[in-house]
Write a protein that binds this ligand. Structure first.
Ligand code: NAD
Length: 437
């Protein structure tokens, strides 16, 4: 099959590369010239473990190429995936579909022969109808079907998620498109990843309902963490105790500083907006969004309490800025809100992240960036772990104690135990484990 992918970001580049690895011929298109230039030179514009090697081997095999020009790759494609961004629209929280619609319009005039146009971007219910209308209006003679195929990969584990998905959801209406999509995913289907065919609207809603459920699960355990602190229970034991019940499941029950990232915040908000527009409000998700927003800022209170109640004039060292480990993605990272709240209280912030600092520099003002944990810890009044990178799991507390103005650790990811930290003379603050503080 010849597959063209429009948008070569976290989703488009990983999907395109994996499709090439399945044996398809793939052309990845992006309008960002610097991105395509890098890819042509064998450089990967994002940090995603394993991607560089996979891109290189598929380029070498002649199955994967990159371009800024959309017309020719669309013309010869059997399938065109739209994988452009759908950020929150400024002002009202609806998904901004301008990139999707612009891509649809650009694709339309180059379609040649029966082509399946797939929205892989996360898009609200009804977007497929509008993409279809745009293509039909721009090119009334085109022979095409618009299909929904949302992506469920997680940054940091994107390749294994794409190659071993729990399920593949495809929303369509014709046998012709079904045959094409079955062929596209045949290697995964043979590996027993269920291919779930639904209507297009149902498929669009599955993606939002899935993300909203996960965001709600995280928010649930975060509230149970607060309650654990109030009543003297241990949230990690509560999570284990409930997670062993198969009806609940153990994943997504790690209490922390609130969810962030390029998907959950914008997708939960977009679902709320879709629901309101359709007079069918999703109040659980509305509440989830507002609890999570407040939670991120409220983490600054934990830090303040750990340093005696006041952060004004104190140096706070922040470890980890990306929304989770193993990515360079800073979009809607909890660190942004936490740092801002600490700065609002008068703290002097020094920060380090293994992969996120290039993006962080653009998004954070008045932060001093260092090149490792020990450098930023020098003369700090507290060290705050915001993202649980592996490199932060074995800190040398003896060395940190010598560097810091006061030995205070605030562990917002619960990656340490009280005893192992306190034996080095540190005070320890964590989430939902009052017996360990
Ligand atoms: P991204 O910002 O990393 O990539 C989007 C790319 O599209 C950019 O490189 C941009 O230059 C390009 N682009 C925009 N308009 C274009 C056009 N007309 N022609 C060519 N290129 C164009 O975004 P992403 O994180 O890959 O997300 C893409 C979609 O996938 C979003 O809808 C997102 O919600 C969804 N999604 C993301 C993830 C994730 O973990 N990042 C997971 C599942 C689903």
């Amino acid at each position: 099959m010849i597959i063209t992918v429009i948008g070569s970001g976290y989703v488009g580049l990983v999907s395109g590369t994996c499709f090439a690895d399945f044996g398809h011929e793939v052309i990845c298109v992006d309008k960002a010239e610097d991105k395509i230039e890098k890819l042509k030179n064998g450089e990967i514009p994002i940090y995603e473990p394993g991607l560089e090697e996979l891109v290189a081997s598929n380029v070498k095999a002649g199955r994967l190429s990159f371009t800024t020009e959309l017309a020719e790759p669309v013309c010869k494609a059997d399938v065109v995936f739209i994988a452009v961004g759908t950020p929150s629209r400024r002002g009202d929280g609806h998904a901004d579909l301008s990139y999707v619609y612009a891509a649809a319009e650009e694709i339309a005039s180059s379609l040649d022969g029966f082509t399946v146009v797939v929205t892989k971007s996360t898009v609200p219910v009804g977007t497929g109808d509008e993409v279809e209308r745009i293509i039909r209006q721009t090119n009334p003679d085109a022979d095409f079907e618009v299909v929904s195929n949302p992506e469920f990969l997680r940054e940091g584990a994107a390749i294994s998620d794409f190659k071993r998905p729990d399920r593949i959801v495809v929303g369509l209406s014709s046998e012709r498109a079904k045959a094409v999509m079955t062929e596209v995913y045949r290697p995964l289907y043979l590996n027993h990843s269920p291919l779930l065919f639904t209507s297009r609207r149902t498929s669009e809603l599955i993606k939002y309902a899935g993300n909203a459920f996960l965001a709600m699960k995280i928010t649930f355990i975060n509230e149970i963490a607060d309650l654990s602190e109030a009543v003297g229970a241990n949230v990690q034991d509560v999570a284990r105790g409930i997670g062993l019940d198969n009806r609940i499941g153990s994943k997504f029950l790690n209490a922390g500083p609130g969810y962030g990232g390029s998907c959950f915040p914008k997708d939960t908000l977009a679902l709320v907006k879709t629901a309101q527009d359709n007079s069918s409000p999703v109040r659980l998700i509305e509440t989830t969004c507002s609890i999570n927003d407040q939670r991120k800022r409220s983490m600054s209170k934990k830090v303040a309490a750990a340093v005696g109640g006041e952060v004004r004039g104190k140096k706070i060292a922040v470890l980890g800025l990306t929304f989770k480990p193993n990515t360079d993605d800073m979009r809607d990272s909890p660190a942004l809100s936490i740092v801002q709240a600490l700065q609002d209280k008068g703290a002097d912030i020094h920060a380090y992240d293994p992969e996120g600092m290039e993006a962080a520099v653009e998004l954070m003002d008045d932060v001093t960036f260092g090149s490792n944990a020990y450098e930023i810890a020098k003369d700090a009044h507290a060290l705050v772990i915001v993202t649980e990178w592996d490199a932060f799991r074995v800190l040398d507390f003896g060395r940190l104690k010598e560097e810091m103005a006061s030995p205070v650790l605030v562990d917002l990811r619960n990656i340490y135990g009280k005893d192992e930290v306190e034996k080095h003379g540190f005070s320890y603050t964590c989430i939902g484990r009052p017996d360990e503080e």
